[in-house]
Ligand binder design. Structure first.
Ligand SMILES: *Cc1c(COP(=O)(O)O)cnc(C)c1O
Length: 360
């Protein structure tokens, strides 16, 4: 077996032990004579899989009882539509903080459904920081405020939760779900596509307070109504069964690591090692404001686009793959989600040192 260290922004690395468990269970899941891929979503076996996944996630995040957990399809992208469709329930106003391309896309989509105001954007500074907003920066009659807690492309994250008073806060946590401790009660809604931190692509997890369910316009496509999914336990139609099974294995793995606080500590240590190295080097530079740097996506550049390209190509020959920055920004990006082992960080720093010496 020749596994590489995969720094892809998503889909991304999964723990080897989970892949091996899935492989062992592939053709005959727990003696039922078939794969989870072949199983009816109405079967007893799958019922157990989805119920265990939900209860493990509730434990991990301390999700209060008045929040529903939904396992949906359509990725983060479909949530860009579902959030406004369901949450624009009164004045049809919402305030968005735009801290990257994903937030910008979300705001643009929401404009189809209501009166959307950009409360702040760091776009003029190429999204290198997170605006600090306070309660008076939001329209008091807004139905919700929207943030992207971690900016996958630009490598920044919120180091604070904006105080929105009694306005609902909705958060896209696609790229830092279960990577640090959050208090679910600070949010009316959290969503995350699985493929960055919790499994393969295909399932999107939505955690939504139950009083925010049931406001979707009657003429909206049925799939887009949270109520349908909440009432049917995410089984209104066939859910992404195999992705839910894999996310469930990942939840168990996170529990085994000591839960989210332990994962957060580990992620902080890994990120600090990389940022310290970058800040002390004479070749590399991180463009993101120090206090807003992401724990998940470490962005850096040499300042020379050709050298950046060579870095990415040479790293690949060393088994350090997918280190190129997003196609729109270039440079380098090391995505170090929950499953990245310490050896991956060691090896990356070792390579960066050597590349720096070789290119002095
Ligand atoms: C990847 C990503 C998305 C888009 O997810 P899809 O599942 O591809 O639709 C949305 N938001 C953030 C923060 C992301 O990182």
């Amino acid at each position: 077996m020749n596994r590489v260290f995969n720094f892809s922004a998503g889909p991304s690395m999964l723990p080897l032990e989970i892949l091996q468990q899935a492989a062992a269970e592939m053709t005959d899941y727990h003696g039922c004579g078939m794969s989870v891929m072949e199983m009816s979503h109405r079967s007893q076996e799958f019922k157990e899989i989805i119920e265990t996944a939900e209860s493990d996630l509730r434990d991990l995040m301390n999700i209060p009882e008045n929040y529903k957990v939904l396992f949906l399809q359509g990725g983060g992208t479909l949530q860009f539509s579902m959030v406004p469709l369901n949450l624009l329930r009164d004045t049809k106003k919402a305030d968005y903080i735009v801290t990257g391309q994903w937030a910008k896309k979300a705001a643009k989509e929401a404009e189809k459904f209501g009166d959307i105001r950009i409360a702040a954007t760091s776009e003029p500074d190429v999204y290198t920081y997170i605006p600090k907003l306070e309660r008076e920066d939001f329209r008091p009659d807004a139905d919700y405020v929207y943030i992207t807690t971690n900016n996958t492309i630009y490598g920044s994250r919120y180091n604070y939760i904006p105080d929105t008073g009694d306005i609902i806060l909705a958060a896209d946590q696609s790229s830092n779900f279960l990577s640090q401790v959050y208090d679910v009660k600070d949010f009316g809604l959290i969503f995350a596509g699985a493929q960055k931190n919790v499994g393969p692509a295909g399932v999107t997890i939505v955690i939504v307070r139950d009083d925010l369910i049931g406001h979707c316009p009657a003429d909206a496509p049925v799939y887009l109504d949270y109520k349908i999914h909440a009432d049917k336990g995410s089984m209104y139609n066939t859910p992404p069964c195999y992705s839910i099974y894999m996310a469930g294995l990942m939840f168990q793995w996170i529990k085994k690591q000591g839960g989210v606080p332990a994962i957060q500590k580990h992620n902080e240590e890994q990120a600090a090692r990389l940022y310290d190295f970058i800040d002390n080097s004479s070749l590399y530079r991180c463009p993101v404001a120090e206090e807003d740097r992401s724990l998940m996506n470490v962005v850096f550049v040499t300042g020379d686009a050709d050298l950046d390209k060579r870095f990415v190509a040479e790293a690949k020959t060393q088994g350090l793959v997918n280190l190129g920055g997003h196609r729109t920004v270039g440079g380098m990006r090391a995505s170090i989600y929950n499953a990245m082992p310490d050896e991956g960080i060691d090896k990356l720093i070792g390579f960066m040192k050597k590349f720096e010496t070789d290119n002095k």
